[in-house]
Design a protein around this ligand. Structure first.
Ligand code: NAI
Ligand code: MG
Length: 501
């Protein structure tokens, strides 16, 4: 039994869920790891053990891939109509929505984020995502093509394309939006008819495992979705190198993204990668500061800065620099840091000791290289992984804190004077995930949007996501796009069928 202590006020179903060791989902059954091992999942608000989870490794990945292969090749899933697949996804969305409170609490306990955020963002966005891809299942059509064939005069052909699911896919996800990242990955894979082995992050496996309990009731046959929790170096590496896996979808660090590419090279698996970022957020003097200032603050402080697209480099036109900094600092000071389960909290803890050490390490390195904290710069309390929302000024382009992804509530602020300068500076990192532009000059906004090398550019807003809007990175922020119609391409391959009549 797991040594779990959770506060009063926690949903009875969440208590029950946490009171037992959680197993892995293989071929529709909840099974222990082949080794029998479990690992501990920690509540980041307290540092206490929250749950114990079966620790998957190579042998478990082998079993899960075998189940997914059977389900893809010969199980009932392989014969389901597109409409039936769509209905399964829609029912999954309904079931998730029915359990919204429970999923939100579980996410908050596991990841640390404020419960109010999990309630209005993480869980509803996941629901919406499944519904969006439910609709796509019936719209994956090929085309018929009139061919000419100059060397076969007089011959007649009927030529068409089929868009076929790619097969068994391995999906490896991070801990910052655990349920939502599972939805981003599963939605398009299941709409297209693929089968899946999903490996949640070791820090936050709980909502994916709870989601796993809904697949059967939603109508998915056994083996279509398999969920193997475990560590990256073991379970993750086994999945990304598995010869029967046709495609790997990964979200996480750029460093591990490169390892995935190497692991997949052996058998030339298809890969999509959604990696790190160091996104510029540009505030022009002609912007509406009543939205630009809180927008700049939430661009970095949302999800405690643990977002790949966080607006972590704030560039402010020189003549309003002090005014914007004062405003962002005021916003930062208004943030109430505390347990995500406390309704007063607007920022929870970082996800783990490792992230805490990393983020506080960056704060120290910034200050030792000459940056100055206009606010924040320290941990909060002495229990759990809480840090202060931090605004660093006096930063220089070559400082580590300006170049590297911090993945915490730390923004570096710098002044700029014109659009040519800012276009160059905005692109001056290895990343290209997202960017923000704040201005009331519509032509300036579009001109800069086209010059920034990033997969998403938000104008007069930030962190707006929708299942229909593609998301992904330029440069070392990744390969391919998730969400929208484009994500379906990751899970489909085109077959041309040419029939001589
Ligand atoms: P990570 O990239 O190590 O972990 C992400 C996922 O990859 C987890 O499921 C992990 O188990 C898996 N993984 C790790 N090593 C693997 C391997 N060799 N083969 C296959 N899978 C593997 O990220 P980590 O260590 O949790 O965070 C480090 C930094 O990465 C963060 O500070 C942040 O900068 C960045 N990051 C970016 C994310 C994004 O959304 N793009 C999400 C999480 C982290
Ligand atoms: Mg790692």
């Amino acid at each position: 039994m797991a040594a779990v202590v959770v506060d009063e006020g926690v949903h009875a179903d969440v208590r029950t869920f946490l009171s037992q060791d959680r197993m892995m989902l293989i071929d529709g059954k909840w099974v222990p790891a082949a080794s029998g091992a479990c690992f501990e999942v920690v509540n980041p608000a307290t540092g206490d053990v929250l749950a114990r989870v079966a620790e998957g490794d190579k042998e478990d990945i082998d079993r899960a891939v075998a189940a997914a292969t059977r389900a893809f090749e010969s199980g009932p899933w392989s014969k389901m109509t597109p409409s039936e697949r769509g209905k399964c996804l829609w029912r999954l969305a309904d079931l998730l929505e029915e359990h919204l409170d429970e999923f939100a609490q579980l996410e908050t306990l596991d990841n640390g984020k404020p419960l109010g955020v999990a309630m209005v963002a993480d869980v509803p966005l996941a629901v919406d995502h499944f519904r969006y891809y439910a609709g796509w299942a019936t719209k994956l059509n090929g085309e018929s093509i009139d061919i000419s064939v100059p060397f076969a005069p007089g011959a007649e052909f009927h030529t068409y394309t089929r868009r076929e699911p790619i097969g068994v896919v391995g999906q490896i996800i991070p801990w910052n939006f655990p349920l939502l990242m599972a939805a981003w990955k599963l939605g398009p894979a299941l709409a297209t008819g693929c089968t899946v082995v999903l490996k949640p992050a070791e820090q936050t496996p709980l909502t994916a495992l709870r989601l796993g309990e809904l697949f059967s009731a939603a109508g998915f046959p056994d083996g279509v979705v398999n969920i193997v929790p475990g560590f990256g170096e073991t379970a993750g590496a086994a999945l990304s190198g598995h010869p029967e896996v046709a495609k790997v979808a990964f979200t996480g660090s750029t460093e591990v993204g490169k390892l995935i590419v190497k692991a997949a090279a052996n058998d030339l698996k298809k890969i999509t990668l959604e990696l790190g970022g160091k996104s510029p957020n540009v505030v022009f003097a002609d912007s509406d500061l009543s939205s630009a200032v809180p927008g700049a603050a939430s661009a970095i402080f949302f999800n405690h800065g643990q977002a790949c697209c966080a607006g972590s480099r704030l560039y402010i036109e020189q003549k309003i620099f002090d005014q914007v900094i004062d405003g962002v600092v005021e916003n930062a000071k208004g943030i109430k840091v505390g347990s995500g389960m406390d309704p007063e909290s607007t920022m929870g803890p970082l996800v783990s000791q490792e992230q805490f050490d990393r983020v506080t390490g960056y704060m120290e390195s910034g200050m030792s290289q000459g940056a100055e904290a206009a606010c924040g710069g320290k941990r909060v309390g002495n229990r759990g992984y809480f840090v202060e929302p931090t605004v660093l000024v006096n930063t220089k382009p070559d400082m580590t804190v300006v170049q590297e992804e911090i993945f915490g509530p730390v923004v570096t602020a710098m002044p700029f004077s014109d659009i040519d300068e800012i276009a160059a500076v905005a692109n001056d990192t290895i990343y290209g995930l997202a960017a923000g532009i704040w201005t009331q000059d519509i032509s300036k906004a579009h001109k800069l949007a086209s010059r920034i090398k990033a997969g998403t550019v938000w104008v007069n807003c930030y962190n707006i996501f929708d299942a229909a809007m593609p998301f992904g990175g330029y440069k070392q922020s990744g390969w391919g796009r998730e969400m929208g119609a484009q994500a379906l391409e990751n899970y489909l391959q085109t077959k041309a069928v040419c029939v001589q009549l």
